[in-house]
Write a protein that binds this ligand. Structure first.
Ligand SMILES: CC(C)(COP(=O)(O)OP(=O)(O)OC[C@H]1O[C@@H](n2cnc3c(N)ncnc32)[C@H](O)[C@@H]1OP(=O)(O)O)[C@@H](O)C(=O)NCCC(=O)NCCS
Length: 182
């Protein structure tokens, strides 16, 4: 059950009193601090960051979670991504992540609730989502490695963690390299 408050924030009953809100309402430094806490400061070396070079997070498909005191406890960003074939043809995708929840507030459903909201916004665009993440967490949301087995990335990655989420009947090119969609 979700209710929209006068400020536009969304209260998700499942998330134990945390409020979801547009990412733009979160302080940028607080988001970076939460990501450092969740992934370590060396996170910027990860291949996923090369897929975000020079592009901005898509506000509609990103969100923040605040606790009852207005403290940031979660963030999810999604980015414009493209799969480029050998012939230069670009297939648009959304790159979902990073998703992070403050260690004190994990396993309350905040991550799940943010992801569901972002995916609902992404579904409206008709553009499939992709991510690099643990299949054990993302499979229940429809992400699999079925379509990504021959995709290339601009850096090292674990093949089993490159996932995509397709609607029934939707297909994606079997080969190509992922790049930021500018
Ligand atoms: C992943 C993360 C965002 C989940 O947030 P959350 O609010 O705790 O998520 P939810 O409450 O919706 O779900 C929690 C469940 O997911 C499981 N889970 C968390 N991370 C997982 C992972 N990497 N792989 C598999 N399961 C995972 C938890 O064990 C928990 O299971 P439980 O409900 O049986 O206890 C949070 O754990 C986090 O910030 N982790 C560090 C950053 C990170 O690794 N993010 C990307 C993950 S690929």
């Amino acid at each position: 059950m979700e209710t929209v408050t006068a400020t536009g924030a969304i209260k998700a009953a499942e998330a134990h009193g945390a409020h979801l809100a547009p990412l733009g309402l979160a302080d940028g430094d607080a988001v970076e601090a939460l990501l450092d806490l969740s992934f370590g400061r060396e996170r910027r070396q990860r291949t996923a960051y090369r897929l975000r070079d020079g592009v901005a997070a898509e506000p509609v498909a990103s969100c923040a979670a605040f606790d009852e005191h207005g403290q940031l406890v979660g963030s999810l960003q999604s980015w414009p991504l493209a799969l480029v074939g050998e012939d230069g043809a670009q297939t648009p995708l959304w790159l979902v992540g990073p998703i992070a929840v403050h260690p004190d507030r994990r396993s309350e459903g905040i991550g799940r609730t943010m992801l569901r909201r972002a995916l609902a916004a992404i579904d409206e665009t008709g553009i499939p989502a992709a991510l690099i993440g643990d299949p054990e967490y993302y499979e229940p949301f429809g992400f699999t490695a079925d379509a990504t087995g021959r995709w290339e990335l601009p850096g090292p990655f674990e093949r089993r963690r490159l996932l995509a989420r397709l609607d029934e009947g939707q297909t994606l090119p079997e080969t190509g390299r992922l790049v930021p969609r500018r």
